[in-house]
Design a protein around this ligand. Structure first.
Ligand code: DP6
Length: 351
């Protein structure tokens, strides 16, 4: 017996961030978050195959092979756990091969765990014919990586904090589709392709444990979620931009306030912050907003009419290696082709 499925999912950029968890094992956040899912130019493609000829599960990420035993990080461990859990739902016993490929460097603050987690649950669901709802898939993806639960939806997504201890009310939903405000664009400036020094998992827990400033964040972020939704609904970019920049600064302030401090931004990041404020001042209103995840790469959110000006500013910033633009994407996409070659299949079946 052979069961297969392939999906493409994209990362999302949080406009109001998830940082700090009320439950580390279940990835339950202290505050709700809002994000824009990027388009397919930046994406993870994942193929899954369940076959009776496979004794155990094996996962290839960007050409690197992992087994349950060699999965050295928590997220890979979560992936093996998810495969086992979903296989159980279908009462299937076969081993699985997963092949996952990112169109961008993983671990560089571009949320490969978000697109990867979402693509995995969609591909396994398709392979096993489970037919789970987006809400169910979002709940499962959240266990792999919190931010993955938002990549199940195109356009703008809201991940509600939820209040139940088992996390059953903490999942994402779509607020606006990708056409609602099609002028929105994320101009990403890559200045480093290196993996982050402090994993986001360690970062979440260190900040909650050690930052006094963090105590203020959940209520502030929760209030900003409502304001961001209002600004998007009214297509009010000036208001949206200030909310985005303040939330990113607030999150990074709590990171710096942690002990030992966590610093994800670099000199290039802070140069971009200054340039965005200078551009906004010149225009007499906010035409661009920077936001940074757990890494130094800048995401500058702007409107199509200002994209060229933002790109020029970023390309002229010393230390910027590459600039990529993305509009809001459509969300998960099922693909006809498989990334699992005959060669991989033969190799794994022989193991
Ligand atoms: C800074 O989703 O990577 O990107 O749940 O431990 O996998 P885990 O964390 P992760 O945290 C990302 C946080 C962020 C902000 C955000 O995307 O909301």
């Amino acid at each position: 017996m052979q069961l297969a499925g392939t999906f493409r999912c994209s990362p999302n950029i949080a406009l109001i961030k998830y940082w700090g968890r009320r439950d580390d094992a279940l990835n339950l956040p202290n505050n709700s978050s809002v994000s824009m899912t990027l388009d397919s130019g930046l994406s993870t493609r994942t193929s899954v195959l369940f076959s009776d000829s496979l004794g155990s599960d094996v996962v290839y990420v960007d050409g690197n092979r992992y087994t349950q035993e060699s999965a050295q990080n928590e997220k890979l461990g979560n992936i093996f756990e998810t495969i086992r859990y979903m296989r159980g739902l279908a009462a299937v016993r076969s081993g699985a091969i997963v092949v996952s490929e990112n169109s961008f460097p993983s671990g560089a603050g571009l949320a490969s765990s978000a697109s990867g987690g979402a693509a995995l649950v969609c591909a396994v669901d398709a392979a096993l014919g489970l037919g789970l709802s987006k809400t169910e898939l979002s709940l499962i993806a959240r266990r792999i990586s919190g931010s993955a639960c938002r990549s199940l939806f195109g356009g703008i997504a809201l991940w509600k904090r939820g209040s139940k201890a088992d996390g059953s009310d903490s999942f994402a939903e779509q607020l606006f589709d990708e056409k609602y405000w099609s002028e929105l664009v994320d101009v990403i400036a890559m200045s480093s392709e290196a993996s982050k020094k402090v994993s986001s998992s360690e970062g979440h827990s260190r900040t909650v444990r050690t930052s006094g400033l963090y105590k203020l964040r959940p209520a502030l972020a929760e209030a900003s979620v409502g304001k961001v939704i209002g600004a998007i609904r009214n297509r009010d970019f000036n208001a949206l931009a200030e909310l985005i920049m303040r939330d990113s600064n607030n999150m990074h302030a709590t990171m710096l306030d942690s002990w030992p401090p966590i610093i994800y931004m670099s000199d290039v990041s802070t140069a971009i912050i200054s340039s965005v404020h200078a551009m906004n001042k010149d225009h007499g209103e906010n035409i661009a907003a920077y936001t940074f995840d757990a890494g130094p790469n800048a995401h500058v959110i702007t409107l199509s009419k200002h994209e060229a000006e933002v790109r020029d500013m970023l390309l002229g910033t010393k230390g910027v290696i590459r600039v990529v633009s993305s509009k809001a994407g459509t969300g998960p996409e099922r693909l006809g082709e498989s990334l699992i070659s005959e060669e991989i299949l033969r190799h794994e079946a022989g193991n």
